[in-house]
Design a binder for this molecule. Sequence first.
Ligand code: SAH
Length: 253
Amino acid sequence: MTTTHDLPDSFRFVLVRTSHPGNIGSAARAMRTMGFTRMELVSPHRFPDREASALAAGADDVLEGAGVHQGLVDGLAGVNLALGLSARRRGVNLPELSPREAAAQALAAARRGERVALVFGNERTGLENEELARCHAMVRIPSVDDFSSLNLSQAVQVMAYELRVALLGELAPAPPPLHDEPPADAAQMERFYEHLSQTLDDIDFHKGRAPTTIMLRLRKLFQRAQMDERELRMLHGIFADAQRMARLAGEKK
Ligand code: SAH
């Protein structure tokens, strides 16, 4: 079980496709002031970079320890709960949390020993729908409608601050766990979606239609379920049988 002392290590800040290295530095500083050190960078346009180091203002440990990844799935390796920050609702119908609610959820998960990611998008385009589809909930900082987009590092600061406040209040007893088993991690979920997609193909579910929309809807459904490893194994088993039956049916024709 995670002790209160280790809790900040359960959180990672994942910055996706960041354009300006200065924002990476400012985000590192924002994290560090609130006691968070784990940063993961997914396809940053420029990193490492002098501007990032300058704006980190001494939070060099965060930058030096930052992982750099090709895709979000790698950035979320080992993560059980991913919360995507977005100024806009987008097409993805995820549950929407305020930063405070998100911090409470994140802390409860960390207390259960789960690893939590706060995911931030590109400065201009934000998080793509496919990226949000890898998250379990969306977090919106309640800015005004006609000027809703914060600077990336300031959004990081708001979320890091809320987590810090939640952690400081962290003496109350842990709430009962939602599941007996920890939810599957991001890579296990990716393998599950690949198998699901392949199975739908094998049983000719798509009938020539584009599979993208249905796969996004199915992701939404299964992300909400927060399945554990045993449940995943059961579903993999069902898919394997369905694929076998589809093969047999194909051979009979
Ligand atoms: N035009 C983009 C804004 C990108 S700002 C968009 O509409 O999404 C860069 C990142 O900062 C966003 O991807 C998001 O992760 C975070 N961010 C900025 N403003 C936010 C807000 N009001 N609520 C939540 N996250 C926000």
